[in-house]
Design a protein around this ligand. Structure first.
Ligand code: ADP
Ligand code: ZN
Length: 288
C-alpha cells in the first residue's frame, strides 16, 4: 500500500492505493492552517501500513535535495503555509520514503502512467483553475531543473480587445494574471461558470491558452497535451484553442490531429492524486 496526498490551496486530498493506480480509500480535508490540516492528514494515514508516500503540492516548493529547506512549501501567498516543512513533518510522523513534487508535475505523471498519455514518454499537463500551472514529463522523467517549472507565469500577447490590467501580484498581465479563473471573474464581473453563453469570454480565454500551448509545444515538444482545472469545464474552449493553436503555429511543425493531441484528463479529477501515488512508488523504488 502507498499513501498519496494532493496538497491544494483549498483542499487536501489524501488517499491510499497501490502501484497500479487503484485507490482504496480517500479523504478530502479543507486547507486551513497547517497544524490543523496536517494533523487530520496524519490521522487519516495512521491505520494503514504504508511502504511509501507521495505528495503533489501547491507551490512554489523546494525540490533541491541539497537545500536545507528541501521538502518545504516556500514563498506561497497563503501566508500561514509560507516556509512550511511539509515533507520533514510527514517524515517525522511516518518514517517512510516520501516522493515530493508539484501538483501539476504529479498530475502529468499520473496521466503519463495511467491516463490520456499512457504509453508515451512525454506529456504536458496544464491546469487552468484558481491559478495556472503546468507540469511535464520529458523522456520519461518529470521536468525539473534549478527548481520546478512555473509555466503559468509566462508572458503572452494581449488580446486586442482586452483592457483588463491583470491579476498576478508579481507580473500583473502574465498568463495566470490574464487567464486564470479569478481573472475571468474580475474582468467580466461574473464567475466563469455563469458566463457559459458569452462567446467573447471564451474566445479571449482560448486566445491566451493557445499562445501558452504554442510556446510549450515549441520548447518541450510534448507527445500529448492535457488540459485540466475548473475553467476547462467549459468544453467549448477546446475547439477555440485548436483554432488559435493552428493559426499561431501556421503549419511550421506537423502535429497530430489537434482533437487527439490536446485533450482533457484521462483520469478526470484523479490525475493529481493518482500521480501523487506514483510519486510514492518512485520514492519506494529509489529507496530499495
Ligand atoms: P483549484 O484551482 O483551486 O484547485 P479549480 O481547478 O476547480 O480549483 O479552479 C477553480 C476556478 O475555476 C475558479 O476560479 C472557478 O471560477 C473556475 N471554474 C470552476 N468551474 C468552472 C466552470 N464550469 N466554468 C468556468 N470556470 C469555472
Ligand atoms: Zn505571474
Amino acid at each position: 500500500m502507498l499513501g498519496a496526498i494532493e496538497a491544494g490551496g483549498t483542499k487536501f486530498i489524501c488517499a491510499v492505493g497501490d502501484e497500479k493506480g487503484q485507490l482504496y480509500d480517500r479523504l478530502k480535508i479543507p486547507t486551513t492552517i497547517p497544524e490543523e490540516t496536517i494533523s487530520k492528514v496524519i490521522e487519516f494515514f495512521k491505520p494503514y501500513k504504508l511502504k511509501a508516500m507521495g505528495v503533489g503540492s501547491f507551490g512554489p516548493i523546494d525540490l533541491n535535495r541539497e537545500s536545507p529547506t528541501y521538502g518545504y512549501i516556500t514563498s506561497t501567498p497563503k501566508t500561514s503555509w509560507g516556509n512550511y516543512p511539509i515533507v520533514p513533518i510527514l517524515k517525522e510522523a511516518f518514517s517512510l520514503p516520501i516522493g515530493f513534487n508539484t501538483d501539476v508535475n504529479a498530475a502529468a505523471l499520473g496521466e503519463v502512467t495511467y491516463g490520456a498519455a499512457k504509453g508515451l514518454n512525454s506529456c504536458l499537463y496544464m491546469t487552468i483553475g484558481t491559478g495556472i500551472g503546468a507540469g511535464a514529463v520529458v523522456q520519461g522523467a518529470l521536468l525539473q531543473g534549478l527548481s520546478h517549472p512555473e509555466m503559468g507565469h509566462i508572458l503572452v500577447k494581449r488580446h486586442p480587445m482586452d483592457q483588463y490590467p491583470g491579476k498576478c501580484p508579481y507580473h500583473h498581465d502574465c498568463l495566470e494574471g490574464l487567464a486564470a479563473g479569478p481573472a475571468i471573474e474580475e474582468r467580466w464581473g461574473r464567475k466563469g461558470v455563469q458566463l457559459n453563453e458569452c462567446q467573447e469570454v471564451w474566445d479571449m480565454e482560448g486566445y491566451y491558452i493557445a499562445q501558452a500551448l504554442m510556446q510549450y509545444i515549441l520548447i518541450l515538444s510534448p507527445s500529448k497535451i492535457i488540459l485540466g482545472g475548473g475553467v476547462m469545464h467549459q468544453k467549448q474552449l477546446f475547439p477555440i484553442i485548436y483554432k488559435y493553436v493552428q493559426e499561431l503555429l501556421n503549419n511550421y511543425i506537423s502535429l497530430p490531429e489537434l482533437s487527439h493531441y490536446i485533450v482533457g484528463p484521462g483520469l478526470g479529477n484523479d490525475a493529481g492524486i493518482i500521480g501523487s501515488l506514483m510519486l510514492g512508488q518512485q520514492a519506494l523504488e529509489k529507496a530499495n
